[in-house]
Write a protein that binds this ligand. Structure first.
Ligand SMILES: *Cc1c(COP(=O)(O)O)cnc(C)c1O
Length: 489
């Protein structure tokens, strides 16, 4: 628990009059400093905790020790790439030369910041095989919306206003149909085949002159490479639609192949997934959008360009408009820049293959204990459908909770929805073999415990600061104030 002092559980740490500092006597009290309207003046002292410095430091340190993070243990969360975030990134993006800039500053005074921005745009173009990038959108989902707006603006620019539908596979991430709806497009679902890839025969009859385009993730959310991608792209293009690439799973592609070369016209990249940035708890992120040659004019305003030796912001009449205040989440942009620069061009080629190797290593080492609904070589992540032996009633949720007792974060569970007991594992390229072996050993131990002591697994976790929480109530009625907390002991 939070505040255990010498064996005693204490919640209230405040003591009247206690301070962590001492200031000299305020000699300005007799001066009238400003004419503040009475109504705006504070009528009573703020009700802040009154504590000494060591108590404050210990309080927050103890609290942080109750958290699980990528810095404390293995975090194999599939579909979201919780990646190692090199500390050098933090150092770089906290540099005062950048943190003290203001977005309304004159361009001449922020040439360095614009240069970094411009260079990252170009690096992403090179890595993805697309012609031009904007870094303005704030997240993957925001990038999807921006990309779909590019699609609509492109069709409108040709006077083709009939195209109001977008095709999305049934395995897609939930943000895909949501972004389409926000963009005013109707969703047409294309089915997957038993091997997890898009069913081309199901796609063909869906294509007509009302289709604005198709959204795809490759490798898809099951971690399977869509090997029919070239055929799908040419079918959609023949029907006059554009291909949109959801780049959340770009990790295994890095250094191996590029969405632009596979026939995609528009894509987003989740900088906070593929190019580090800690994003646990929902933020921050950045979702750059890239387009192939011919679509550049439709990208959002403002756009960063190089004009001779100068970097400058431009506004294009044909653009879809603006999607964000200023030019994106600069801290995330800086981390991505530092990540790419520190890995370097040569080692970037290793990112994809290592992510794929790690995922396949775990999959092959565990498939005799856990149900593998789609076999074969996966890419950066894969899905188990619960324990192989389900006879004792131990569920995926129980396995996930038991993992916490062993110091591992649970993988993504109950997603994707195609399987009842889904357990989605993504190790990323950064983990050592020892860490992977440790995880494999613990997963095998849990599979054995599920047979020998199922009740113990069903009541896990046993060693965490809090036990099994009611997820629904925690989300609907969060108790954020200890005064409301009903203590069990
Ligand atoms: C994470 C994710 C998204 C959404 O990205 P956010 O940055 O969370 O908005 C979209 N598609 C896929 C496949 C994802 O994994």
């Amino acid at each position: 628990m939070n505040n255990v002092y010498y064996g005693k559980l204490i919640f209230e740490l405040s003591k009247e009059g206690r301070r962590g500092y001492s200031l000299p006597e305020n000699k300005l009290n007799n001066y009238k400093l400003a004419d503040m309207p009475e109504a705006l003046m504070r009528q009573r002292e703020l009700d802040l905790p009154q504590v000494d410095e060591l108590t404050v430091v210990r309080h927050y340190t103890n609290m942080s020790n109750n958290n699980f993070g990528v810095d404390t243990g293995f975090y194999p969360l599939g579909s979201c790439t919780m990646k190692y975030n090199p500390k050098i990134n933090e150092e770089m993006c906290h540099h005062y030369a950048f943190t003290r800039l203001h977005p309304l500053q004159n361009e001449n005074t922020v040439q360095g910041a614009l240069k970094l921005y411009y260079e990252l745009q170009n690096m992403l173009s090179e890595l993805s095989g697309l012609s031009e990038f904007t870094l303005n959108p704030f997240a993957g989902a925001h990038g999807e919306l921006t990309g779909l707006m590019v699609m609509r603006t492109y069709h409108a620019s040709r006077g083709d206003n009939k195209r109001t539908k977008v095709i999305i596979p049934d395995s897609a991430h939930g943000t895909n149909p949501a972004s389409a709806a926000v963009c005013g497009l109707d969703v047409v679902v294309v089915k997957s085949r038993p091997d997890g890839t898009v069913d081309v025969e199901d796609l063909k009859p869906l294509l007509n002159d009302e289709i604005a385009g198709m959204m795809m993730t490759n490798p898809n959310t099951l971690g399977i490479f869509e090997h029919n991608i070239a055929e799908i792209a040419s079918l959609v293009h023949e029907a006059g639609g554009l291909m949109y690439y959801d780049g959340a799973n770009l990790n295994p592609m890095l250094g191996m192949c590029r969405p632009g070369d596979l026939g995609f016209d528009i894509m987003h990249i989740n900088l906070h997934k593929t190019f580090s940035t800690p994003h646990g708890g929902g933020g921050p992120g950045d979702g750059p959008v890239g387009v192939r040659a011919g679509l550049e004019d439709f990208l959002p305003n403002p756009h960063v360009v190089k004009d001779g030796d100068r970097y400058t912001l431009t506004f294009n009449d044909k653009s879809l408009g603006s999607v964000s205040g200023f030019v994106g989440n600069y801290g995330v942009i800086m981390r991505a820049y530092a990540y790419i620069r520190t890995i370097g061009k040569e080692n970037m080629r290793m990112v994809g293959p290592l992510a794929v190797l790690n995922a396949n290593y775990i999959k092959e080492s565990l498939k005799d204990c856990f149900e593998l609904p789609i076999g074969g070589v996966c890419k950066h992540e894969f899905v188990f459908d619960g324990l192989k032996d389900k006879s004792t009633g131990v569920t995926t949720l129980d396995v996930a909770k038991r993992l916490l007792d062993y110091g591992f974060h649970a993988p993504t569970i109950y997603f994707p929805l195609l399987f009842h007991e889904a357990l989605m594992i993504e190790p990323t390229e950064n983990e050592s073999k020892e860490t992977l072996d440790g995880f494999i050993e613990v997963m095998r131990t849990i599979a054995r415990e599920a047979k020998e002591q199922p009740d113990m697994v069903k009541s896990a976790p046993h060693t965490t600061p809090v036990r099994r929480l009611d997820d629904t109530q925690a989300a609907l009625h969060p108790v954020v104030n200890y005064a409301e907390l009903k203590l069990e002991n």
